[in-house]
Design a protein around this ligand. Structure first.
Ligand SMILES: Cc1ncc(COP(=O)(O)O)c(C=O)c1O
Length: 376
């Protein structure tokens, strides 16, 4: 049999691209770390679970529905989204998680030689999809832990097709207020598309937070991303969506995989949208209490931390982040190491119920005391 000449077959940008390996299943991790439970504080999931209507949908999903393809373009869910946000159904495009629609938008607007602009320390998938598509990702440093509008404008050139703004930003939680956002959009002046990723918008209660859904009426180049993974707690079902002007969505739809969103996810998302807001309030309350507890502990330990919006907090640890991860894992707690986000020796912790946060606080302080005592 002849060898495959991979060097010839595989583009340079794929050969040099570093593979991202997601974490192993919980059962495997528990075996590796010798623990019989695991608190997952690594993925910013909503530990309270989805709105009440979702449980019924999941329980009653009929086996007879399994052999049948789902709505190929999430027809019913798009009707519900349209009603919920006062838009037309054709202004929505639903994906297998909002991660999938990142790829659809990039494919629709970018060709070889083009670039996208985002921050250096933000959700990395914008950068990754651009790079493994052979496009340049221009990464603008954060300023005071927030996206820097002027530096992003300065980085634009004639080949810039998309600017990705994560609002609020994962992992720092900072956001652009209404004025900053509209000043930025005025300055872009339709020269490129502006994607505003609002994955964590439902966690923000401040009045100066811009509503992306309204912005697109004034700025035709705005595309809003939302997800059912975070506030709505449907992460395992993989469902997210974009909203933009109909003409823009029609273009992006051309590059989007149809039938990628399964039927259960579509039904669960529709049910999640019909909620009275009480579970959103309960989630915000849980996050607020958890944030207060952790900030107090970090203050007491004189550690540097970054805490703004969203259901997560970042703290700089006095040992390496991977060592802290391993030590916490041995105590049944999983956090996110942040070296991969270009925050070496920081960890990010999801904000969940107080009893779990207390377990985290005890484990964290024990580890720090132990390490300081042993001079590590
Ligand atoms: C800012 C941001 N956008 C998008 C996503 C992806 O969400 P989804 O589960 O819809 O793919 C995440 C997930 O962590 C995120 O943090």
């Amino acid at each position: 049999m002849r060898d495959i000449d991979l060097a010839h077959l595989v583009p340079d940008y794929i050969q040099t691209f570093e593979t991202y390996y997601p974490s192993k299943p919980d059962s495997e991790l528990m075996r590796m770390y010798g623990v019989d439970h695991l608190h997952r504080l690594n993925n910013n999931e909503n530990a309270l679970g989805p709105p009440p209507g979702v449980e019924q949908v999941v329980k009653t999903f009929a086996p007879t529905a399994v052999p049948v393809y789902p709505n190929g373009d999430c027809f019913d869910l798009r009707q519900s989204l349209a009603q919920r946000f006062g838009k037309a159904p054709d202004q929505f495009l639903v994906g297998n998680g909002s991660c999938e629609i990142i790829a659809s938008v990039i494919k629709a607007f970018c060709e070889r030689g083009d670039n996208i602009i985002t921050a250096d320390k933000t959700f990395a998938v914008y950068e990754w999809v651009a790079e493994f598509s052979g496009l340049e990702a221009r990464l603008v440093p954060l300023k005071n832990n927030g996206f820097d509008p002027q530096a992003m404008l300065d980085a634009m050139d004639g080949h810039t097709k998309i600017l990705f703004i994560c609002n609020p930003n994962n992992p720092t939680g900072t956001y652009w207020d209404k004025d900053t956002m509209t000043d930025f959009l005025d300055a872009v002046n339709n020269r490129a598309m502006v994607v505003i990723d609002e994955a964590y918008s439902e966690y923000v209660e401040n009045n100066d937070f811009p509503n992306g859904m309204a912005l697109m009426d004034r700025y035709p180049n705005v595309v809003i991303f939302r997800t059912f993974s975070k506030m709505y707690a449907l992460a395992s079902l993989r469902i997210g969506y974009l909203c933009a002007q109909g003409e823009i969505v029609e273009l992006i739809r051309r590059t989007h995989i149809v039938y990628s969103v399964n039927a259960l996810a579509q039904k669960a998302a529709t049910a999640a949208l019909i909620n009275d807001g009480s579970f959103i309030e309960a989630t915000r309350r849980m996050v607020g209490q958890a944030k207060a507890l952790l900030c107090e502990m970090f203050d007491g330990l004189e550690l540097t931390y970054v805490s703004h919006e969203g259901n997560y907090i970042m703290v700089k640890v006095p040992i390496s982040d991977t060592l802290m991860y391993r030590k916490l894992m041995k105590k049944g707690i999983m956090v996110r190491t942040m070296t991969g986000f270009r925050f070496p020796n920081w960890i990010r912790v999801s904000l969940v119920q107080l009893p779990v946060m207390e377990v985290f606080c005890n484990a964290f302080t024990d580890i720090l005391k132990g390490d300081l005592r042993h001079g590590r």
